[in-house]
Write a protein that binds this ligand. Sequence first.
Ligand SMILES: [Mn+2]
Length: 424
Amino acid sequence: MLIDKNAIASHNEKLLPQHEKGFAYLMGMQPGVEKVIRKLIDFQVAIPSWALGTGGTRFGRFSGGGEPRNLEEKISDVGLLHALNRSSGAISLHIPWDIPGDAAKTKALAAQYDLRFDAVNSNTFQDQPGQKHSYKFGSLQHVDKATRKQAIDHNIEVIRHGIELGSKSLTVWLADGSCFPGQLNFRKAFQNTLEGLQEIYAALPPDWKVFVEYKAFEPNFYSMTVGDWGQSLLYANKLGEKAYTLVDLGHHLPNANIQQIVALLLNEKKLGGFHFNDSKYGDDDLTVGSIDPYQLFLIFNELVEGMDARNMDHANDLGWMIDASHNVKDPLEDLLQSVEAIMIAYAQALLVDTGSLQDAQQNNDVARAQEILQHAYRTDVRPIVAEARLRSGAALGPLQLFRENKLRDALVKERGERTVATGL
Ligand SMILES: [Mn+2]
């Protein structure tokens, strides 16, 4: 659905007086705001094609109306998000949930919405209809060579789809592991997985990256063959310079210091990308920043500090994506909230007085170090984020506009009350 440019203009006109007051106050209080705005305008967060429908758990799924019924409608939904916030300019496809029938047409459609294709994702955690070998006991780790080969071939096919769409990276998340002690020989499982990844790596075009995503538990509950950042880094180091670790915020054991993981991976030149979400207990896949926005800020603080130390381009040198599921919220509203939370945390991290922080660290001034970080975190940067949107032609209040203009009702009218999107 294309949103009328006039709708955004009249929405902004209405909110402008209030916005200008808040923005002028911040400009008076905080140095360096212009620089932050320029970085925010460049920063784009990819939307996964599987997060546009209502998600569920193994206990059930309560679908809403107007969900996208095919890839074209998913692209249209991401296009709508991008028109509202101008910060969602990429879509990430999961194969085989979203196989483009005609790649050139799909690419042209995405271009109409000013979208590019982010990482393509393989799926060897489910059996597909007609599939010869089952992944019940793993894919790349499997004891049977033919099953491993099937998983390798699938990943190479995903790369082929990605090439046609102009994507530049493959994300491999493996559900491989074991549920019970004794089920698996850990060394053999690792070795099989490494050899499979090596074959996939060999099929990467020269300008591509492969991201090895790890996860602490689920669907396997005794061991995961890519269970933590250490294991992922082992694979990435053994594979070569096009291989990186991907950090999904929900894929850690409780209380893990994700910000430290991020800092060290960046330092090793092995951090490839991010999957944003939030969680209370495990891989809850909740809206980004909904449970622990301070942790999100601390992660961004390490990202900004680490990327600047290596002169990296914030917007393009790492892959930024949301990986969440929406069980009780409208998926599009949830995604608007997630992107907003990411932009807020990024803006706050950009405001950290790094010179003073380094000085405090050098002098072991622990209290001052905390004050410096929390000063940035407690600054209400929402007017800065809104100003960046305003300047890039987006809505001052994307969620407000989505509701006021009854955009979900329009989608229900177009697609129907009972539609179920493929995905989580
Ligand atoms: Mn993920």
